[in-house]
Every structure is written in structure tokens, then in C-alpha cells.
Design a protein around this ligand. Structure first.
Ligand code: SF4
Length: 192
């Protein structure tokens, strides 16, 4: 068993947030020491928790379309890693929408997992929580528009939920210029 295998086993056994997770702990990550592309996302939703597979839902279909990747590559851990800011479904807000990622998770696990993933070339910062954790707080729209400032290491993106359709309609530059650049960067990162 490799150090990464052992660490992932420790992650899967984690119960730190058990008292506050409405559906209980079910950490959902996809990692390997060979992955070139890292998707730093937010936290699993209820459907992903139930299925146990990251981004298998409509948000995942939208994200795969943005990246120009089929499921075969997206779910190949030797090429693509998926590491959300919170590994378990955090529950719903009373006002609607999911709760933020559990704040215990990233400080406890993220750096230790990343230290065992030396092949990552490009990290997609998907949504405001990932961007704030890695880059510090700032408005998401400006960050996405200025994506070139974060290359070659990072590429900030909105969360690919259905709400992003409204945001993209207001910001047509995202589809016209950011997505083609994103696909090129992703293809370059995955190129062997
Ligand atoms: S969210 Fe992270 S820290 Fe909390 S129980 Fe799940 S794996 Fe553990």
C-alpha cells in the first residue's frame, strides 16, 4: 500500500464532522499520484453523496462540457483528481442551497493529500470556496475574467450549477473567450 493509499484510507474513515453532517460522513475524492489535472471543487451535493461518485450529476455534465472531457478521462484517477474543499455532503441551508464545505476538512486533509500528488500541472479552482482557500477572498466574476493572471498553476471557474447559466448569460465573455482557453489549458495539462 502506498502512502497515498494509506492516506485515502484514513480520509475514508474520517468521522470528525459526524455530529453535524445530516447524512453522516461519506468522503468523496478521486486521487492518484499520477494525476495531471486537479479539480478543486466545493463539496458533494446530496445526489453525489447518495451515488458516491463526484460530479456524476447535471453540474458534472456542465463541467465536463466546459473542460471538453468525456467521462472516460474525467473519471480516470491517473489523469484527473477531484478534491473538494469539504469531502462530505454538508447539508442544506434553511434558506435553500447547500451549506458551505465543512471548515474542518481542508485544514485537516488537503495539504497532506496534495503533498502526495506531485504530477499535478493545473488546478481548476471551481467556485468561490476553492478560490478563497487557495487565493484569498475576492469576487468570483473578476477572478474568472482575469484567469490569465493565475496561469500556469491555477484556473479559476464558477461552480457549474444550473445557476451559472444565468451568470454566463450576463457574462458572455465566459463562453466566448474563457472556455476555449480553458479547454486548451486542460488538454495541455493532460498531454503526456
Ligand atoms: S468533511 Fe472532511 S473532516 Fe469532515 S468528516 Fe468528512 S472527511 Fe472528515
Amino acid at each position: 500500500m502506498t502512502d497515498l493509499d494509506q492516506l485515502v484510507a484514513d480520509v475514508r474513515a474520517c468521522r470528525v464532522c459526524a455530529p453535524v453532517l445530516p447524512l453522516g460522513p461519506r468522503p468523496i475524492v478521486q486521487v492518484s499520484s499520477q494525476a495531471r489535472l486537479l479539480i478543486a471543487s466545493q463539496a458533494p451535493g446530496a445526489k453525489v453523496h447518495e451515488k458516491g461518485l463526484a460530479f456524476w450529476d447535471d453540474s458534472g455534465n456542465r463541467l465536463r462540457d466546459w473542460l471538453g472531457l468525456g467521462r472516460d478521462v474525467f473519471y480516470d484517477p491517473e489523469r484527473v483528481a477531484i478534491l473538494p474543499m469539504g469531502f462530505c455532503y454538508p447539508g442544506r441551508l434553511s434558506a435553500g442551497g447547500d451549506r458551505p464545505p465543512r471548515p474542518e476538512c481542508a485544514p485537516l486533509w488537503r495539504d497532506r493529500v496534495l503533498a502526495l500528488m506531485p504530477a499535478v500541472r493545473l488546478t481548476l479552482l471551481v467556485g468561490t470556496y476553492a478560490q478563497a482557500h487557495v487565493l484569498g477572498p475576492a469576487p468570483m466574476t473578476g477572478r474568472v475574467r482575469d484567469y490569465r493572471a493565475y496561469l500556469p498553476r491555477y484556473f479559476p471557474l464558477p461552480h457549474p450549477s444550473w445557476r451559472t447559466n444565468v451568470w454566463a448569460a450576463r457574462n458572455p465573455w465566459f463562453v466566448e473567450s474563457v472556455l476555449p482557453a480553458l479547454r486548451a489549458e486542460v488538454a495541455c495539462a493532460l498531454d503526456r
